[in-house]
Design a protein. Structure first.
Lengths: 688, 481
């Protein structure tokens, strides 16, 4: 028995679809944060060049030689820590990365065997409950079912067999391993304790084409969910699908299913996926060690603005849940209350909120007043007297503890909310950080000192969308369910932020019988902290199967991405006909195209989604900057440009530019469509 | 083309309700009733000659007997500062004083009409040897209605509606509502004494510096009653306006839509008769450097939102609503249409009497009842106090968005106060949301330059947007040099 504890990092990794076989690696720096040890101008969030530790890509790396958009691979690595049964976060120890050839406890690591199981269960799931989010899963209640034409029982064998995309598990090992595909031809395999890698030739794989003839797949068939491979050190790289979507023939009408919803389209599949990541260390003495801290990977939308930080990131949502419900940081929150003795780190816990505000301008049509004010927010220094700053008194910030402010359209963030809240608000932990800062109680010099593994855990989540889970882009409201995670994180050696996997007995897999079941269903049983989004641990949660995280997302993702530019609030606010942004940091609405820049002033903005098929006639501000027919997004999503920092723009794209600018490059969309009008934009009074 | 690609067209967004737009367009047709000679009636005399009622109702907050027949200036040094009523009484006394003639001379301008245009003192170099109010009294009540805000202009008024963007208000006759800003002699003297016309002085002044007691600034809103040519009415929009409104002839800039944005920088003007529909009365009293923020409205401006749709009922004045589209529902109230910025806007009042507590409301209503008999027979009987808001005082200046700048800070009075003719689109916030001592952000537009965002550092003087806008314009001008 090792005295060491092993853990995969990041705890949750994000692969992103692309229509190229090529890929770059998930960023290892947080979006928009100043990069430590840099010259002060470069900010984080840029993906990483394959084969390097952390060398950021530039604009010439976004597409392959054919112009196809590269995928993003999630990279996983293993760290070793002294075993502990009373863990804290941060742990306060550095740990050590374990690669092939590493020595651990006197033994040399001869090999690392990785096992991943990806699946897509979107078509056999419930519709997205936009009005109440996770609250729709209270005390056994569930939303209406998707694909009702395939039967009313979500657990029926036929539905499970035909609507779930399940290639089965795959293993990969060694250094520089060739890709192992999650496709039909590749044999499934899994790690079996005592027996090693075990093939599963009769695993009941399932792809849409196996069950439905005459699928309409504008970008090609869904015949794979991606691949596993390893790098020179034996780290795992997971690439996801190719961003494809396929529509069926409606058995009731004999006609193709229409794309008539932004988020729930019966008869459609996409090739996003998710699943657990496990690893086993094989030592030179023949012994093996299962890595206790497993991880999770999800393959989702491309990152069209990887360096734009969300005002509420996925980290902010997950950290908030862990702080208030999982006893993550008792010095910050204990016995149901934030601790006013806690001094948040200005750099790590306060300033990112300010930074996020400042970078929204690169993806939105904010007016001059807005961008100027945000610039003043970004200029706030740790030593400034809060009262003398533009945020003094926090009067501009929507207080998540005061429902009276939830409909206040003057407070920030000026973006849309979810689950019955018209506007986005900071998570309670974020707001507490601001309150402490405003009261002069932030730590101007301190930092949250994370070890390398913990930093990866956080960074991956910082770079994803939080706050507005309707449903979101990377993960959704299930992250607010404490039952999603491994509960005994302090004593089990598994650590925090780990999605709880349902134990699966692959030995029982047999051809013709669907292996995966209905899977994780949130079940909110009470609301101990009185949150607007009620959350509580369901101790009976069995954990997640592959596909149980991404199934809550839009089907297909393309239609959701298309629509989530700007909207009026939902629910509507009386006498407010203004349009607000949905996911401004991750779904760019209006951008500055690098090719439009000449000289030292910014050019006029263009819509990120533009060109033929996007123009509204007559002009309709509520529908600008998106395709007017959803199918066009299914066909053109990979042509959208990417917003990156000026000094990451290659010569071929006209760069480099001012590093303070974040400009769109590599758009393959034609020009045309509606003009960008600075906010505020509104619909006709009484309209929608 | 697969079927679903066609089917999607069936779920395209619902188009703009054309009927509604058509209705708005109709409303812009001018009414054609004859207009009497646009001369200022001697309503002030009425104010002075109305005898005190024999049996005034008992009121928790009455008009004071000494306000009639001639209202003395409400000296802020004598402010009692003991009750909610004191603040509303100051507001009403100030209003009554403002609308009195400035002298016994026939045709003398009203007190408020003798106030200075802020651009006469807040201009590079200051007023020099030109004394308050910066113009000859013989030119009479020459109020500049609606002037452009730009960095190279001497004018510092914020000519647009409160709130973000150029959201203009268009009245029921289809005309833009105009605004004028005014300040009194103590305000003027303070600007001169502190050289606030000089950018360096503004940047250097101690953030805790307060306006002096009795400094007053006004914002007045006006509807177009008629267009004039050679002083004679050509198109009449408010029949018999002089009988119902305080009116004033003026030359105003034409407001047009250029490149999708509303602008009054058109270089075109027109002569009009203006009818006053609202007035902000904002003044400093002892221990209240945050100003008392009071507002008055013409009774025919707009109904309370709770009463909408009104079922066709008209305001108590017997006039049609100035700003509310008859029978229109709540769904279309108080909304600006960016795509049709010069369309009629229908307005209702979100917070009756400014939405304060019951005592606050009772005091406002009692004052209105108590003053009314004294104004009977004059156009001023058609105006009323909507409310007033202030703070706990003692240097208690609200910060950003009205948030308390220190523990214990509190706003008092009509906490949801808004004037339907001035804060039409931002009625869910009171004055302190925008008028506060926090950092301000101003977009300065100037001909030939891209709009420039200016940060005006936190200071108590930021309470006045005369100061904030002027400073922002000067900062922009300096940056452009």
């Amino acid at each position: 028995m090792s005295t060491m504890n092993f853990r995969i990092h990041p705890a949750i990794g994000f692969a992103r679809v692309g229509n190229s076989k090529d890929f770059y690696l998930e960023p290892v720096t947080p979006a928009a944060w100043p990069i430590a040890n840099g010259d002060g101008s470069r900010t984080g969030g840029l993906p990483v060049k394959p084969g390097t530790e952390d060398t950021p890509i530039d604009s010439s790396d976004l597409r392959d030689s054919s112009g196809a958009l590269k995928r993003q691979a999630a990279r996983f690595r293993i760290h070793a820590y002294p075993a502990s049964t009373n863990e804290t976060w941060p742990m306060g120890v550095d740990g050590q990365e374990v690669v092939i050839g590493s020595k651990v406890d006197g033994r040399q690591v001869k090999d690392i065997v990785w096992m991943v199981h990806l699946a897509n269960k979107k078509a056999n799931w419930y519709i997205i409950p936009e009005e109440n989010g996770i609250g729709a899963y209270t005390k056994g209640a569930v939303p209406p079912l998707r694909n009702r034409q395939d039967g009313p029982d979500i657990g029926a064998g036929k539905r499970l067999a035909t609507l779930v995309i399940d290639p089965g598990p795959r293993t990969v090992q060694g250094a520089n391993a060739t890709p192992v595909a999650f496709d039909q031809p590749t044999t499934a395999s899994y790690w079996q304790d005592g027996k090693g890698v075990t093939p599963l030739p009769s695993y009941p794989k399932s792809f849409p084409g196996d069950h439905f003839p005459n699928l309409d797949c504008p970008d090609g068939p869904i015949d794979t969910l991606g691949e596993l491979r390893t790098d020179a050190q034996g780290r795992l790289l997971v690439t996801g699908g190719y961003g494809r979507a396929c529509g069926r023939i409606d058995p009731n009408t004999g006609k193709p299913f229409p794309l008539n919803s932004d988020i729930d389209n019966d008869g459609w599949f996409d090739d996003c996926s998710d699943g657990p990541v496990f690893a086993v260390l094989v030592f030179d003495d023949g012994s093996t060690q299962t890595v206790q801290g497993h991880a999770w990977v999800t393959a989702t939308d491309p990152a069209y603005a990887p360096q734009t930080l969300n005002s509420v990131s996925l980290w902010d949502d997950i950290h908030d849940v862990w702080v208030r419900h999982m006893n993550l940081r008792p010095e910050l929150f204990a016995n149901g209350s934030f601790q006013t003795s806690y001094q948040p780190s200005f750099d790590d816990e306060v300033f990112p909120i300010f930074r996020a505000a400042a970078v929204q301008q690169w993806n939105t049509n904010l007016n001059v007043t807005g961008t100027t004010a945000h610039g003043a927010v970004d200029a706030i220094k740790a030593g400034d007297d809060p009262a003398s700053t533009i945020l003094g008194g926090l009067g501009f910030i929507r207080n998540p503890n005061d429902p009276a402010q939830f409909t206040d359209g003057r407070r920030m963030p000026l973006a849309l909310g979810d689950a019955g809240d018209p506007f986005l608000y900071l998570r309670k932990t974020q707001y507490f950080f601001l309150e402490q800062w405003n009261a002069g109680k932030s730590d101007a010099n301190g930092h949250i000192t994370l070890n390398a593994g913990e930093a990866l855990d956080r960074t991956m989540l910082v770079n994803c969308l939080g706050g507005r889970f309707s449903p979101g882009i990377d993960l959704t409201f299930i992250v607010r369910d404490p039952a999603l995670y491994v509960q005994d994180w302090q004593t089990s050696g598994i650590g925090p932020f780990r999605i709880k996997p349902k134990p699966l007995d692959y030995g029982k897999a047999q051809a013709g019988t669907p292996f995966l079941g209905v899977g994780y269903t949130p079940n909110i049983v009470n609301n101990p902290l009185g949150d607007k989004q009620p959350i509580d641990t369901d101790p009976d949660s069995p954990g997640l199967e592959p596909g149980d995280a991404s199934k809550f997302m839009a089907l297909p993702w393309h239609t959701d991405y298309n629509s989530c530019a700007t909207h009026t609030t939902d629910p509507p606010i009386p006498m407010n006909n203004l349009l607000y942004w949905s996911w401004p940091a991750q779904r760019p609405v209006a951008v500055y195209a690098a090719r439009d820049v000449s000289g030292s002033t910014l050019p006029a903005q263009r819509f990120s989604v533009r060109g033929p098929g996007t123009k509204t006639e007559p002009f309709d501000p509520a529908q600008v900057g998106r395709f007017q027919q959803r199918i066009d997004m299914v066909q053109s999503w990979h042509r959208i440009g990417v917003v990156v920092q000026g000094d990451a723009i290659a010569k071929a794209d006209g760069g480099p530019f001012n590093p303070a600018w974040y400009l769109e490059v590599q758009s393959l969309l034609e020009d045309g469509g509606d003009p960008v009008v600075p906010w505020p934009n509104s619909v006709a009074p009484g309209g929608s | 083309m697969p079927e679903h690609r066609r089917a999607i067209a069936g779920v395209l967004p619902v188009l703009v309700p054309l009927l509604l737009l058509a209705a708005c367009t109709d409303r812009r047709k001018p009414e054609t009733a004859p207009l009497p000679r646009p001369a200022e009636p001697q309503v002030e005399a009425a104010v002075q000659t109305v005898p005190e009622p024999a049996a005034a109702p008992v009121s928790p907050c009455p008009a004071k007997p000494e306000w009639f027949p001639v209202t003395p200036f409400p000296d802020g040094e004598d402010f009692p500062n003991s009750s909610n009523c004191d603040f509303h009484q100051w507001s009403y006394q100030a209003f009554l004083w403002l609308l009195q003639p400035s002298s016994a001379e026939a045709g003398a301008p009203l007190n408020f009409e003798t106030f200075a245009d802020p651009g006469a003192v807040l201009k590079p170099g200051g007023p020099g040897t030109v004394p308050y109010p910066g113009r000859s009294p013989s030119t009479g009540a020459k109020v500049l209605a609606r002037v452009g805000k730009s960095s190279n202009s001497v004018d510092a008024d914020d000519v647009f509606q409160a709130g973000p963007g150029n959201r203009v208000l268009v009245d029921q006759a289809g005309n833009v509502v105009y605004y004028s800003g005014l300040l009194n002699e103590p305000f003027w003297d303070f600007v001169v004494d502190e050289s606030l016309f000089d950018l360096k002085s503004l940047l250097d002044i101690a953030p805790g510096t307060d306006f002096p007691v009795n400094a007053i600034e006004l914002k007045v809103s006006w509807r177009v009653a008629a267009t004039l040519v050679g002083g004679a009415p050509v198109k009449v929009f408010i029949p018999d306006a002089e009988a119902h409104f305080h009116t004033m002839p003026a030359t105003v800039p034409l407001v047009e839509v250029v490149d999708g944005m509303v602008t009054d920088n058109t270089g075109k003007t027109q002569d009009v008769l203006l009818a006053m529909v609202g007035m902000h009365v904002v003044g400093v009293v002892k221990d209240h450097p945050e100003f008392i923020w009071a507002t008055f409205e013409h009774k025919a401006n707009a109904p309370d939102c709770d009463a909408v749709p009104t079922g066709g009922s008209e305001p108590s004045t017997g006039l049609p609503w100035s700003l509310y589209t008859p029978n229109s529902t709540l769904a279309i109230q108080n909304q600006f249409d960016v795509n049709a910025p010069l369309n009629v806007v229908s307005v209702c009042r979100l917070a009756p009497w400014g939405g304060g507590n019951a005592q606050n409301t009772a005091n406002i209503e009692a004052l209105n009842r108590s003053v009314a008999p004294h104004l009977a027979g004059s156009v001023w009987a058609n105006y009323e106090l909507i409310g007033a808001v202030w703070t706990t005082g003692d240097g208690d200046i609200p910060g950003a968005n009205g948030a308390p700048m220190r523990e214990g800070d509190q706003q008092i009075g009509s906490l949801g106060l808004a004037n339907t003719s001035m804060e039409t689109f931002t009625q869910d916030a009171n004055c302190f949301a925008c008028h506060n001592g926090g950092v301000h952000t101003v977009t300065v537009s100037a001909p030939g330059r891209a709009p420039s965002g200016q940060i005006v550092a936190a200071k108590h003087l930021n309470l006045s947007h005369f100061i904030v806008n002027y400073q922002a314009a000067q900062q922009a001008a300096q940056a452009a040099e």
